[in-house]
Design a protein around this ligand. Structure first.
Ligand SMILES: [Cu+2]
Length: 336
């Protein structure tokens, strides 16, 4: 009985210490959505159970190793113990009850994170290799930064143009795979609760530049959101270069092309126009508007040396109007 009392005290102490360590080591980033609070409650319960099980096993093991060691000169066989029905019933019922209560807690929390607010703002999210684009149908705005008004539920309607991607902002805790296919729209709802800058990451390995498939997320006050909407809605007054810049940033080109001369999946656009380029078939050309236009419309026609064919999507002929293509080319021409 003395041993059981000592072990119980040791298990309790080690559980508290381990749990304190797990909570203070900063495993989870800040809780920045109402859903995060619900999910972290689950996480914290798990941390506690993990600490308890860890302590239970290691204390029993180490205590037995030390206290019940063979004394010097003691070499007879140990006591022979057959099964204990009492113990076996106990260690079946306790884990079973634990697992069942967790499934209840899990289902309840999942339902809580999915409560629908009919006033939620809808945003259409499009993922592609390797960029995110956000369309706000209420305001006719398309952006490559996800702007969210604080304390308002958003309803993301998400689809992919190519492969499976996954929407994940660690601070919001919720995550949703984004699937390709005409009618495969995936929904994700959450309510950001802390004003600040976050990063959206793709959480599904989706090809060469997957690791760079990040987008800024800005949670702002209601007033700041309104002024952003007003500013973006004036986009019609932009000149062609500014329009082109918006188009390339909103349509994923920057996932593969850089604007600062550094290498990426595709050639950089800095100093592109007017430069001499070697193509894969050995031909040399001077980059002009005509070449740029055909590079965007038929990416597999002229392949730039040292770059791979069949990487740049052939979807832009359908995606852009002639005017938009000219804006894009004006923007590329402005990069010197
Ligand atoms: Cu991705």
């Amino acid at each position: 009985m003395k041993h059981i009392a000592i072990v119980t005290v040791l298990v309790a102490l080690l559980t508290i210490v381990t749990n304190y360590f797990l909570l203070s080591v900063g495993l989870l980033p800040v809780e920045a959505s109402t859903q995060a609070t619900i999910i972290d409650k689950l996480f914290n319960t798990h941390f506690f159970i993990i600490s308890f099980l860890f302590s239970l096993i290691s204390v029993f093991m180490i205590y037995s190793l030390i206290v019940f060691r063979n004394k010097k000169g003691q070499d007879e066989d140990g006591k022979f113990v057959t099964g204990s029905t009492k113990l076996e019933i106990l260690w079946t019922i306790i884990p079973l009850a634990t697992v069942i209560s967790f499934s209840y807690l899990g289902a309840k929390s999942l339902a809580e994170t999915r409560i629908i607010n009919p006033q939620a703002m809808t945003i259409n999210v499009t993922a592609s290799q390797w960029a995110w684009s956000f369309e706000y149908p209420d305001f006719e705005i398309t952006s490559n930064t996800l702007y969210l008004p604080v304390d308002n539920q958003v309803n993301l309607q998400m689809t992919s143009l190519d492969v499976i991607h996954s929407f994940w902002v660690p601070e919001f805790r919720v995550k949703q795979d984004v699937l390709p296919g005409e009618n495969l729209v995936k929904e994700l709802r959450f309510t950001p609760s802390i004003i600040g800058d976050y990063t959206l990451m793709c959480a599904e390995l989706c090809g060469g530049a997957h690791a760079y498939m990040n987008s800024p997320v800005k949670v702002v006050s209601e007033a700041d959101f309104q002024s952003w909407v007003d500013l973006e809605s004036k986009a019609d007054d932009l000149n062609p270069v500014q329009k082109g810049e918006k188009l390339v940033k909103n349509n994923g080109c920057i996932g593969c092309h850089t604007l600062d001369g550094s290498a990426s999946v595709g050639p950089t656009w800095l100093g592109l126009s007017g430069s001499e380029k070697s193509l894969m078939d050995g031909e040399k050309i001077i980059v002009d508007d005509k070449y740029l236009m055909s590079s965007i419309l038929n990416p597999n026609q002229d392949i730039v040396q040292n770059f791979s064919p069949n990487i740049m999507p052939s979807i832009y002929a359908d995606l852009f109007s002639k005017e938009e293509l000219e804006d894009i080319i004006a923007f590329i021409n402005s990069l010197h």
